[in-house]
Write a protein that binds this ligand. Structure first.
Ligand code: DAH
Length: 339
């Protein structure tokens, strides 16, 4: 028995000695001390030992076990220490390396242009309001004098939520909301996102932004409209900017016009920027149609109004001389940082 225990111990110590890592160490432990291990089976065969010898043999087994466990534990601690040291080495931090700078964002050209427009109109006493992007067909079309079969509805095809609800095609719908509140006079601008069923190209996008303007008061005239928009053009494109109004048609204004600004690049002589025209179209406007006032509960005998709608991207693209609208939506920080 004694020789057997001695040989188990020698074998165990030899195997522990050559073990190369925690895993092989564990294999040794299982093979010797585990449930089916060699030393355990010696304990199990105690019943074959003469009763008077049992305490002695038991004590020997325990001593061998304790010794193997001790050596196993020492070796395990040594392996763990080595592992920890290797890990620490691999994770060394070079405190002299330059720090990574956090990426700071930049205001979008649309946002910069919008803040500029808001500043100009707030300066003239306007209020900034907002309306819903998901809108009743009534507010987007009907109440703006665009009945169901009107051809203007074709030009502004949009996304229908259902028969009565659309993604608004124009911020002009906010005019109706403001008129319906019945708080007069009105002097407001309403910026926001609009939607059209358009293909993406350098000048089109299915979502873009407009800034609507509406003034309703007694004794408002077309001269007020012209003066206001001329002042706006000068502030946004420079003091030398001239404006030109061309007759146009919008269902919700009468008379209606489109406003051009003199090309701020060539001063009106004609260049690549204004496609040789000397003028650049920037907005639609007109005197609010009496029918529009009436439908929203404002008496057209007593009140008059003018309105305008500017494409925000158009202003941003012109102001920053960007030639492709798609760049505004990619949000590449290298592009945005330039403005
Ligand atoms: N809503 C028009 C559009 O989307 C722009 C517009 C034209 C707005 C004339 C107006 C206006 O308020 O008076 O093309």
């Amino acid at each position: 028995m004694k020789e057997k225990l001695q040989s188990i111990k020698d074998k165990a110590l030899q195997q522990i000695g050559v073990a190369e890592g925690l895993e092989s160490l564990n294999d040794v432990r299982v093979a010797i001390l585990g449930k089916k291990g060699e030393l355990t089976s010696v304990l199990k065969s105690m019943k074959d030992v003469a009763p008077e010898d049992r305490p002695k043999v038991g004590q020997m087994v325990n001593e061998v076990r304790a010794e193997i466990e001790k050596v196993l534990e020492e070796k395990k601690t040594a392996f763990e220490k080595k592992l920890r040291e290797e890990k620490m080495k691999a994770e060394t931090i070079d405190v002299t390396l330059p720090a990574k700078k956090p990426m700071v964002g930049h205001r979008h050209p649309n946002t910069i242009a919008l803040e500029e427009i808001e500043r100009i109109f707030i300066g003239m006493g306007y209020e900034v309001v907002e309306g819903p992007e998901v809108e009743y067909d009534y507010y987007n079309f009907e109440a703006l004098n665009i009945p169901a079969n009107h051809p203007a509805k074709d030009e502004q095809d949009t996304f229908y939520i259902n028969k009565d609800i659309v993604l608004r095609t124009q911020t002009s719908s906010t005019q109706v909301h403001e008129l319906e509140k019945g708080k007069l006079p009105i002097r407001m601008i309403a910026p926001g996102r609009v939607y059209r069923s358009d293909e993406v190209d350098a000048t089109h996008s299915p979502t873009f932004h407009q800034v609507e303007g509406l003034v309703v008061d007694k004794n408002v005239t077309f001269a007020d409209l012209k003066g206001t928009l001329q002042q706006f053009a000068k502030e946004i494109f420079g003091e030398d900017t001239k404006v030109k109004f061309r007759p146009h048609h919008f269902p919700f204004t009468e008379p209606s016009a489109e406003m051009d600004v003199s090309c701020f690049k060539c001063g009106g002589k004609g260049c690549r920027f204004c496609k040789g025209e000397g003028w650049i179209e920037i907005l639609g406007c007109g005197m609010v149609h009496p029918h529009v006032l009436e439908m929203s509960g404002v008496n057209p005998e007593e009140y008059v109004g003018f309105a305008f709608g500017v494409g925000l991207e158009r202003i941003a693209l012109l102001k920053y001389e960007i030639d492709d609208m798609r760049l505004l939506y990619e949000n590449d920080a290298r592009f945005l940082k330039q403005f």
